[in-house]
Design a protein around this ligand. Sequence first.
Ligand code: C2E
Ligand code: MG
Ligand code: MG
Ligand code: MG
Length: 291
Amino acid sequence: YDAKRSGSQVVRYDADRHGDSSGRLALVEELRAGIAGGELVLHHQPQVDVETRRTVGVEALVRWQHPTRGLLAPVHFLPLAEVHGLMGVLTDAVLAQSIAQAAAWHRTGRDLRISVNLSASNLLDTGLPGRVAELLELHALPPSALVLEVTETVLLSDPDRSLAVVGALTELGAGVSIDDFGTGYASLTYLHQLPVGELKLDRSFTADLLTDSRAAAIVASTIRLAHQLGLRVVAEGVEDPATLLHLRALDCDESQGYLHSPPLPAAELEQWLDCQDGRRERDLDGARPAL
Ligand code: C2E
Ligand code: MG
Ligand code: MG
Ligand code: MG
């Protein structure tokens, strides 16, 4: 035992680490129990056709209804789930809820697509496409009504394995979308090699569209090339009518963002859809240049 090395700094460092990690581990265990106990809830954000102003899809965004801490946003628990091996069960729960919800909407005549986010570890899980197929069959949802969102960085981390999973998902007939496009390393030149049907323009580009001519040039050429490759383009983070108008001029297909609606619980989304016709008029009024 070396007395000289047991300085207070070392002890404090260890104590901090211990306190920190035991807190984290407690939260991990709460999350594990919460997933099994049905504490994950989905909010749904509409994806609006830029031309017709109709809602054609929704993105399912997970929240954790924690028994004491309230409703937690993904940033507070997804990183933990990824590091501690819970992403598989988390995604299975999200997929089960999303597919059941979309199927219920389809039965009432609302033929919405539903988009579900996948994480890095999901794309290395070769059993995932089979479980997706079972859920689609169980709920009798047409595979084309499901879109899986993956980010470029995730695709490129282990391209061989993730492309096998992505390929199997598209073989089922589900759609695959590149989320947050423009923030990672993917380039348009390799897009044609991927079996994807949709690009989601990251909201950093959407936000700068009106004020930064370089961002506008990137968006314009991305949309043009995506269309030439047969891909649909969804703009994320659309917050104002002028941006929507600009996106329409650039031939962007779909718009998602606070302009239309924040992510909502299913029942509230249904109410929102019910009064969407009136809302469509209002958005148009806002987007019409003053004469
Ligand atoms: P994302 O997939 O890019 O989702 C869009 C995020 O932007 C959502 O945040 C949404 O609430 C937010 N957003 C939507 N419209 C606007 C807008 O007009 N302005 C601004 N500033 N933000 C807007 P959220 O729900 O906190 O989700 C954050 C991220 O967490 C998602 O980013 C996605 O990467 C991840 N995530 C969410 N749900 C899931 C899930 O079920 N599974 C996995 N693996 N990841 C998920
Ligand atoms: Mg997404
Ligand atoms: Mg995104
Ligand atoms: Mg984004």
